[in-house]
Design a protein around this ligand. Sequence first.
Ligand SMILES: Cc1ncc(COP(=O)(O)O)c(C=O)c1O
Length: 346
Amino acid sequence: MKPETSLARGELPAVDRATIHPFEDAQPGPFYYQRLAHPVGVEAERLLSELEGGRALLFPSGMAATTALALAMLGPGSTVAVAQGGYWGTVALLSGELSRWGLLVVPFDQTGPPPPAELVWLEPCANPLMSFPDLGAAVQSAHANGARAVVDNTVLSPLLLRPLEHGADFVLHSASKILAGHHDALLGVVACARAEDAARLEAFRSTSGIVAAPDPAWLLLRGLKTLALRVERQSASALEMARRLTDHTEVRCVRYPGLGDAVAARYVRAFGPILTFDVADADRAVRVERSLRLIGNATSLGGAASTLEARARWEGDRVPPGLLRLSVGLEDVEDIWADLAQALEA
Ligand SMILES: Cc1ncc(COP(=O)(O)O)c(C=O)c1O
């Protein structure tokens, strides 16, 4: 994986919840007020920066990271080209809330070149439609149009893909997912290729107060210690589930780049814990949800425990009515399959 990172070394720091640290000799130290920085957050950012290969900043959720990136880096009237079939909340924010600030969102098929824009938003293994861009080419084409490129790397994690190495300007994560890994911490990350962008974003964060608290940051630090093991195991189990689902008579289609996406295979050697598949219709999808015994019928993804949900309840006709999103956890692969198979046959 990435042996040069210091993830596995050292003890976890204590959770320092102090919002203030007294000045020394009338000089404010680095942690004089928590809105600007706190020790656990700084340690988490140090590890995340190593992992992504660029200065990483922590935010209180993935959506907070998206909000900060958009507000700090764009201006009124900017155009954002957003990959179709990706996280619906990104579009809801940029084309809903932020349209009042003049942002214009242009959806595009990320398997081809992006349209002209100030910012191009890519999502390898788009959640939930699982498309995979030719990342290097997409970033190059964004740059040729004068745009900057953000890659939402939530689904793969930096252990499988390091978008800054492919020219991306920013990497974004919902760290609530695979990075923290246990469904007990809400956090976001932006990693920046350039120091001046990180400084701008950090200044915006301090001024706006969109700041992650020490406790979730500590849970993230603890989660990062097992990231490599979790990503390996969950990716292997997800591939196995994708293969078995493909042969199941109740399943109409399975989306997982590990099932032969040649472009994805040029960028990653494993494909992460998330896959989606379709059953006949919305009623059938709900029946599968109700029949689960081991897999949690819950939203979110990337946790140690497997979760599954029908996405149409949130996304409406953006997705097929029978689409189910499975996030494969650390349980025994045969137990996961047994639960899926009995729920599909219920
Ligand atoms: C790909 C992706 N990006 C961003 C987000 C938003 O993250 P959060 O829920 O931490 O705000 C999510 C949440 O599901 C996601 O799946």
